[in-house]
Design a protein around this ligand. Structure first.
Ligand SMILES: [Zn+2]
Length: 321
């Protein structure tokens, strides 16, 4: 017997689609942070997929992807439930910043009910929504920081069965690049897709496209999530696959030794060879200061978008193929 889907004060009956706000924080002064949420409760039994976007306030292109997903899923046909959040971090979204302005951080799960604002948002996101996930897709987009190849990251340190099922989801999403991520440094993982994977929910972190709304990214991201729903048999039909993804186990981050204005000379998803110029740095008179060159062969996973840089800043990531 199909039951109601409830998150906070929102309820969707079987075969229903509901939208509304979920409380993500209430400050000491009583200011409430509410995130918009779509609940799509399929008419038929099945698993729960959680889709998050707008974790970073300038990952704007992910937001219309989530709108279109919510619009295009027919609750009458759906097997299972989809919970989709277009803007996880309303504070950064309003401020136009990548990170939460008050603490310069990213909402992380499982968070902390008594921690910083980002930790409190993460705590509510986790306990109200992420714990319901059988599958999870965390959507990130082109930001002020960088333009991205279409990429799907999975947690390579999750149990084997979860890695394999996450990889299946990544193939169905049909990105240019699949990154099997290994844990960085010591301590427990804090990224949502890693935590969900370790909890037994196959998960993806998606990155794609350029900052701002545009039809191309919207279409690709929407198709990707619908493809995953088909692969998981939550919707009828076969995934529509248009590219053959390349796989990587590591990315090499490139930093500029020069401050100035960075002009990229490569595009995201372009394959480069060691020694190729990734970008040129100019001074304020337009004279060339120096060039940043690729230290490895591979695919450009990310390239700096906002041109003004200081020496030592990150400008590109090249995925080793
Ligand atoms: Zn992001």
């Amino acid at each position: 017997m199909k039951t109601e889907l409830k998150v906070d004060g929102l309820t969707a009956g079987p075969g229903e689609k509901v939208k509304g706000f979920v409380l993500f924080d209430e400050s000491a002064a009583g200011i409430q942070v509410q995130a918009p949420v779509f609940l799509i409760n399929g008419a038929h039994e099945g698993p729960t997929l959680v889709v998050t976007s707008g974790v970073h306030g300038d990952d704007l292109n992910t937001i219309p992807m989530t709108w279109r997903i919510a619009e295009q899923i027919d609750a009458g046909q759906l097997r299972g439930q989809v919970i989709a959040i277009p803007v996880v971090n309303p504070l950064a979204f309003e401020a136009g910043t990548h990170l939460t302005p008050a603490d310069n951080d990213t909402p992380s799960v499982p968070g902390n009910a008594h921690g910083t604002i980002s930790e409190r948002i993460g705590h509510n996101l986790y306990h109200k929504i992420v714990v319901k996930a059988d599958y999870l897709i965390d959507m990130h987009g082109g930001s002020k920081r960088s333009t991205l190849a279409a990429l799907a990251g999975i947690d390579g340190a999750a149990p084997d069965g979860i890695v394999k099922r996450s990889y299946d989801m990544a193939e169905a999403f049909n990105t240019d690049l699949i990154i099997v991520m290994q844990p960085k440094g010591e301590g427990p993982p804090k990224a949502m897709f890693q935590i969900a994977s370790r909890n037994g929910a196959p998960s993806l972190i998606i990155g794609m496209g350029r900052m701002g709304f545009n039809a191309e990214d919207t279409e690709r991201g929407t198709r990707g999530v619908l493809n995953v729903l088909k692969r998981l048999k939550m919707l009828d039909g076969e995934p529509e696959l248009r590219v053959t993804p390349r796989e990587t186990g590591s990315e090499l981050y490139h930093y500029t030794p020069y401050g100035g204005s960075f002009f990229p000379t490569v595009e995201a998803a372009q394959e480069v060879g060691e020694g190729d110029v990734l970008g040129i740095v100019y001074d304020v008179f337009g004279d060339e200061i120096g060039r940043v060159t690729a230290q490895t062969n591979g695919m450009v996973a990310a390239i700096r978008f906002y041109p003004v840089i200081s020496a030592g800043e990150w400008v590109a990531s090249v995925a080793r193929l």
